[in-house]
Design a protein around this ligand. Structure first.
Ligand code: URP
Ligand code: ZN
Length: 441
């Protein structure tokens, strides 16, 4: 539908619909600056619901902080990120929230909200839910893998505690104990290279953890959110729970649609660039996740952006794949990758739901964000569907020395990206506006 969008004081002040024609100055806005969006698609700003910026992990810190990460995000068309503030062992949630505010405030080009990732479960944390809710946090994350993994009873209690404050828990679904066991077995066989990474984290361990999560949520009587769904077996678990009538939200990421496990066989330790958890999967898994997006079984597509430099940080695991910091970059390239991946199968409206409306609704930001409505925030991405370009570390703004999508041709680029009404990026380059604000939800 053609029309004019008036941005004023950080909000969408007016939407003027019309049948055809180029841009016009709406009558009551004689001073308005005009941008011509003829032949473009105008979207509510894209929301990346899963990022790790300035995260200390594995004895290092992610390569992107809020400054570089959100600058890269706006270049790609993303106007809001939901990052994981992480409650470290011994900390309160409010302390973690304050630390993350200090990391993000005054240096973010995109708007930002936080999920609260939990490292432990105790009475103090349990009692803190109403307080953290007052800080604008209504989504939580629990890991079933890694040292911070939750026991089943803790997971059950966390689901209930979040639900009581009107929130939801997103869960990293892998069986951490069995991952550890399989890692030890691989190392004992002398398999120290990156090929062993997917062998130690098979899809069955994702499916088992999703079954466990969904049964816990069934018993708790709460919805739940499966983050970074990667496999056909995991999808079957989600389907089983939904067939029981449960509300289960599912997120996937571009890497589980584009990249398969053959990348772990790359020579010269290049497989380390793809070491993330869950790992890249088999081609049949990619097909299953792709079909699930098309069928409407996937609610949101985020990035799990968690960047580490290959030349330095990833080298920590040269002799032992279990020591490679887990994660890969993607915050800049998600919109172009997803538009390209589904250009023949999904209408722009459906793509908008996956990239903007659905995360806004799931994470309590709708209709402030995730829609073009009068009164909504002036976060707008004007998309040029005709631009074809090549992703490369040489042209990216992510502060990391590689991209897993090196040499990929993508169709479409963010032409104009407005954050709170300010032009933050144009044709893939930042304008220098650093206007991102904390989004209390
Ligand atoms: O490998 C990944 N995804 N690292 C980030 C932390 C997580 O598991 O979400
Ligand atoms: Zn993550």
């Amino acid at each position: 539908m053609p029309g004019d969008l008036v941005l004023e004081n950080g909000k969408i002040a007016k939407i003027v619909k019309r049948k055809s024609g180029g841009p016009e100055k709406p009558e009551s806005y004689p001073e308005a600056e005009i941008e011509d969006a003829t032949d473009m698609l105008v979207f509510p700003g894209f929301i990346d619901g899963h990022t790790h910026l300035d995260l200390p992990v594995s004895g290092t810190v992610t390569a992107d902080d809020f400054s570089s990460g959100t600058r890269a995000a706006v270049c790609g068309g993303t106007t809001c990120v939901v990052d994981f503030a992480t409650q470290d062992f011994g900390q309160t949630m409010v302390e973690a929230y304050e630390i993350w505010r200090r990391k993000a405030d005054h240096r973010s080009s995109a708007n930002y909200a936080f999920h609260m990732a939990l490292s432990e479960w105790n009475d103090k944390i349990k009692a803190e839910f109403p307080l953290i809710r007052e800080k604008g946090i209504c989504s939580f994350k629990v890991y079933l893998a890694y040292a911070m993994r939750f026991q089943d009873d803790e997971l059950y209690e966390a689901l209930k505690a979040a639900d009581r404050v009107g929130g939801i828990v997103g869960v990293h679904c892998e069986n951490g104990l069995l991952v550890q066991k399989l890692q030890k077995e691989e190392l004992a066989m002398g398999h120290t290279g990156t090929e062993a990474h997917p062998l130690s984290r098979p899809a069955e361990l994702e499916a088992e953890a999703i079954d466990r999560l969904t049964w816990a949520a069934y018993l708790a009587g709460t919805p739940c959110h499966v983050v970074h769904l990667s496999s056909r077996a995991g999808l079957a678990s989600v389907r089983r729970a939904r067939a029981r009538g449960q509300k289960v939200y599912a997120e996937t990421c571009p890497q589980y649609l584009y990249l398969d496990e053959s990348n772990y066989k790359r020579p010269d330790f290049e497989g380390a660039k793809y070491v993330m958890s869950p790992p890249l999967r088999k081609p049949e898994d990619l097909e299953a996740i792709h079909a699930a997006v098309v069928n409407g079984e996937i609610d949101t597509i985020a990035t799990d952006h968690c960047s580490f430099n290959f030349a330095t940080q990833k080298q920590a695991g040269r002799e032992d794949f279990t020591k490679i910091p887990n994660g890969a970059p993607g915050i800049e390239h998600r919109p172009a990758l997803i538009m390209t991946c589904f250009e023949k199968e999904l209408a722009p409206y459906r793509l908008m739901q996956l990239l903007s409306e659905n995360p806004a609704k799931l994470f309590g930001m709708y209709p402030k964000k995730g829609t073009l409505q009068e009164g909504s925030d002036a976060d707008v991405t004007v998309w040029n569907p005709k631009k074809h370009w090549i992703i490369s570390a040489a042209n990216q703004h992510q502060n990391v020395d590689y991209t897993p999508y090196e040499g990929f041709e993508v169709h479409g680029q963010a032409h104009l990206v407005y954050v709170n009404g300010y032009l933050a990026a144009k044709d893939g380059e930042p304008t220098g506006e650093v206007r991102g604000e904390y989004v209390a939800r």
